[in-house]
Design a protein around this ligand. Structure first.
Ligand code: FAD
Length: 339
């Protein structure tokens, strides 16, 4: 009898075995799935939320920045093609239709909570209904869990209160409400503009002395500037929230006196990043300097054999910031380098 620990004997334990397990069903995961399906692979596709959960989390009616042609998956045309970049709603509809057209099967609400390996296979553990845990193994794991999936938390008290949000929700009733928006990039500026339009009393906190204007969608800036000039936005720059208690937010000020403000809702739109928990549970080596997983850009394989990165989780691709446009073709590269 083998002396290997029980968890290493995936085959002996009759765990379902696939050619490949794909983690994450965002645009890039779906595009990769279409490649794997087309190649006739026996693969399992796990998604922690619903199909395209990250896009679903975008603010309602937000307009993406890419032309529809650069957002397509599996050669399914974006018809009727919007002339300008699609809204979140148009893109979600497209992704749903394209997935059906391509016959992609995604196991939704199945969050991967662990990844371990023996010398042949990797074992994935994922959540199932009623608190149960499912298991599956494969020689190849493709991690397409997104580069902008997890909100970057501030780690302050009150961040998890029900009136504190990490994604903007434009459908909420803001009329006569006092709303604090924290952040200085697109999500925050877009939220401020929408709140002004919805006649909320808007307070804007940003940690810098002035906005990083070059990093903001150019068509947003004139609208923002005009509203600010008209006194419709109360700004607290060089401040960061320190705590939130019910409807009171303490802002720590750089150089000036700290401030406490009364608000109805708070949007902490301070950026999104990857969740590396799955890669870390598999002991994938990370770069000590920038804390990013090490991988070969020619094959997309990490330093752990048979574990691949796919989509925006790579964060940078060919010298540019990773986006749907430049990383949705990762499935093809991975296909040529499978174990
Ligand atoms: C507000 C906002 C607006 C953006 N606008 C644009 C835009 O206009 N154009 C553009 O190109 N990019 C945009 N991006 C950036 C990025 O391209 C998108 O986030 C895009 O969705 C990334 O695609 P992806 O498939 O790599 O990852 P994601 O779409 O993030 O998909 C990852 C999927 O993995 C799932 N997942 C995560 N962890 C697990 C786990 N442990 N187990 C199972 N599943 C898991 C998630 O639920 C998610 O569905 C935007 C990002 C944000 C946050």
């Amino acid at each position: 009898m083998s002396s290997a620990p029980r968890s290493d004997n995936f085959r002996l334990r009759k765990i379902p075995r696939y050619d490949l397990i794909l983690i994450g069903a965002g645009p890039c995961g779906l595009a990769a799935a279409s490649e794997f399906k087309h190649a006739g692979l026996n693969y399992l596709h796990l998604e922690s939320g619903q199909l395209a959960q990250t896009v679903y989390n975008f603010p309602t009616n937000i307009r993406l920045f890419s032309h529809p042609r650069y957002l397509e998956i599996g050669n399914v045309g974006f018809y009727p093609e919007p002339y300008e970049p699609p809204t979140r709603e148009q893109y979600l509809e497209y992704l749903n239709k394209a997935s059906s057209r391509l016959g992609l099967v995604v196991k939704q609400h199945s969050k991967v909570v662990g990844l371990t390996s023996n010398d042949k296979d990797h074992l994935v553990r994922y959540t199932k209904k009623r608190g149960k845990i499912g298991e599956a193994c494969a020689p190849n794991i493709v991690v397409a869990s997104g580069g902008y999936y997890a909100p970057q938390l501030l780690g302050i008290p009150g961040e998890d209160q029900p009136n504190v949000y990490h994604y903007f929700r434009s459908e909420l009733p803001f009329h006569n409400e006092r709303v604090l928006v924290v952040g200085g990039r697109n999500s925050a500026i877009e939220a401020v503009i929408t709140l002004v339009e919805k006649k909320a009393e808007v307070i804007h906190s940003y940690r810098g002395a002035r906005l990083p204007r070059k990093k903001i969608k150019p068509w947003l800036l004139p609208i923002f500037d005009k509203a600010r000039k008209r006194g419709l936005i109360r700004t607290f720059y060089r401040t960061v929230p320190r705590s939130i208690h019910n409807k009171q937010v303490k802002l720590k000020s750089d150089g000036k006196k700290n401030t406490t403000i009364d608000v109805d809702r708070v949007f902490l739109l301070t950026g999104y990043g990857p969740d590396y928990a799955t890669l870390k549970s598999a002991s994938v080596p990370f770069n000590k300097r920038n804390q990013r997983p090490l991988f070969n850009p020619k094959t997309l394989e990490t330093k752990k054999s048979g574990i691949f990165l796919c989509g925006t989780i790579v964060l940078k691709w060919q010298g540019e910031k990773a986006s749907i446009d430049n990383t949705r073709g990762h499935g093809k590269i991975i296909l040529n380098n499978l174990r």
